[in-house]
Ligand binder design. Sequence first.
Ligand code: FES
Ligand code: FE2
Length: 391
Amino acid sequence: MHRSTDLPYADPDADWSLPGWLYTDAEYFELECARVIRPSWQIVCHESDLAGPGAWRTLSYLGEQLVAVRGADGVIRGFHNVCRHRAMRLVEGASGCARKLVCPYHAWVYELDGRLSGVPMKSDYPALRLEENGLASVEVEIWRGFVFVRLEDDGGPSVATMMAPYDAEVAPYRFEDMRRLSDVRERERRVNWKNVGDNYSDNLHIPVAHDGLTRLFGKSYAIEAADWVDRMSGELVDRPSSDPWERFYQTHLPRVDHLPEANQRRWLYYKLWPNMAFDIYADQIDFMQWLPLTPTTSLLREMSFALPDQRREMRLVRYANWRINRTVNAEDTWLIERVQEGMASSSYTAGPIGASEVCLRSFAAKIRERIPEARQHRAPPPGWSRRVRQA
Ligand code: FES
Ligand SMILES: [Fe+2]
């Protein structure tokens, strides 16, 4: 397991949290988007969402518009959703299906593999070569049935590499065979994107701020940090909760035959570098990513998946799960919005970090490695990031 003390050098800042200015500063935000978010994998959908040739799904972040499309050959490819003629958006909305991608502006035609195959009045364009004007592609990774894209390759790990330490643990859940339970939910939050992730892997707040989880897990909540993934887990206790939805979930969760005994009543959470997580229950999984919008706002994007299971108790248990976690999410939102405001306070610099806070340590160490200015407890004078980029 990774500890910040495992770094090849002693990190003088290991015992400090990331300073508050990293959660508000516009220059830092630009640098972080370039060095952390652009080179990282982002989930688009599940393979089953792109069921046949021509099925597509879109994802937008950092001002880039992307589309994942299944080709006539069955391969899923990623492209910028931008026409090569006058930059018109090619497909509109979250999902659809098309035999070819036809631009709504001047009707240029792209094949499902991105090739430009048709241009009205083609001889009118002296500089045009069809073979040089296919859609700009982006890298795609399929991991256990989920489709990820990334804008840039900086040599960082694949999703499969990040998840390798836990591959044996997730394999029995059969993510590949899962299907979407509900459509993508998108919600804006008035927080810096890091505040969502910090809170997701924050172990010490569970007994303080989440009465429901504390009733459900007892003292079993545990965390650990691998190189690129945080793992959190809790075991459902048998003592019936005083809350009706929690009690319903505890008593009605049906056996799930494909899971080992130890996983029947385990809630398992993984956070992947830098801004994705999935919550794994015996009854379903929830995928979540938090995309930066501005230094102080983010977009939460969530989707739920499960193996087809029409048992009545399974449907009710999934509903109970949603009710329980709706409360947990409201508690976390209340916390992080206040933390965000505190980060902007002139009184706050950085805070001491506990030895047990291994996930916060691991995340902060990776940020400091990519952006050394993150070590400074106060923002450098304006213009600092231009000097850093030129150096
Ligand atoms: S912008 Fe797409 S065809 Fe002109
Ligand atoms: Fe929380």
